[in-house]
Write a protein that binds this ligand. Structure first.
Ligand code: SF4
Length: 215
């Protein structure tokens, strides 16, 4: 019998951020999160979900389109079967992106999986959650994301980037938290400091501004 995961939703959309922003993709959102970021926009994934076999997830991905699959949460690495799901998706030919909050071990996953790893800033209320050892696992195909609410978050991100020479490891995205930080302000700080980063915008919030889920 196929092993199971608790799945919140599976749907077809455009990837909202990071290197894949704007690309059509299938999102697999898994249930549960070990953090509680103040600005979280997917709180509905903390508890809501349905027991689903890995085979059922694969069948739904195949039905919707498995070219690019984004596995997210919640925090997808909380579930024991997530590494097996990621490996199966790779085996059937999907390009697989994993979004993770950075607090859990990202090592030991199928090497074909690209990982988008958050480093939480003070404005999230979860700034101490990052697992430093994850920095040693990063590859060029991964990406790091900081979501920023204010200048203190920006300064935190800048210190992390400089201290750990993060720009040499993979692309770095600084993303303004929607409704909390003006993108223009962030652009000015990046330019003034000559930061070698990318300003990331959550494009689904521009395309579907009223949607609360499923985009
Ligand atoms: S890690 Fe992600 S899902 Fe969890 S609370 Fe933070 S923003 Fe929400």
């Amino acid at each position: 019998m196929s092993s199971t995961l608790v799945v919140n939703e599976i749907y077809r959309t455009l990837s909202g951020e990071g290197v894949s922003a704007g690309r059509p993709c299938t999102i697999v959102r898994l249930t549960g999160c070990n953090l509680r970021c103040k600005w979280c926009d997917t709180a509905y994934a903390y508890d809501e979900g349905r027991e689903t076999t890995v085979d059922e997830v694969l069948a739904e991905v195949k039905r919707l389109g498995g070219d690019l699959v984004l596995v997210t949460g919640g925090e997808p690495l909380l579930q024991d079967e997530t590494p097996a799901l990621l490996a199966r998706l790779c085996e059937v030919g999907c390009e697989v992106l994993l979004e993770t909050n950075g607090s859990l071990d990202i090592g030991g996953l199928d090497s074909r999986v690209a990982r988008c790893v958050d480093i939480k800033c003070p404005g999230s209320g979860q700034a101490d959650s990052f697992r430093r050892a994850n920095l040693d696992c990063l590859r060029k195909t991964d990406e790091i994301k900081f979501v920023l609410t204010d200048k203190a978050d920006y300064d935190f991100a800048r210190r992390m980037i400089e201290t750990h020479k993060l720009t040499a490891r993979c692309p770095i995205f600084l993303t303004p938290a929607a409704g909390l930080l003006e993108p223009k302000k962030l652009a000015e700080w990046i330019l003034a400091d000559r930061m070698d980063v990318r300003l990331g915008l959550q494009i689904h919030k521009f395309i579907w501004p009223d949607a609360e889920r499923g985009v």
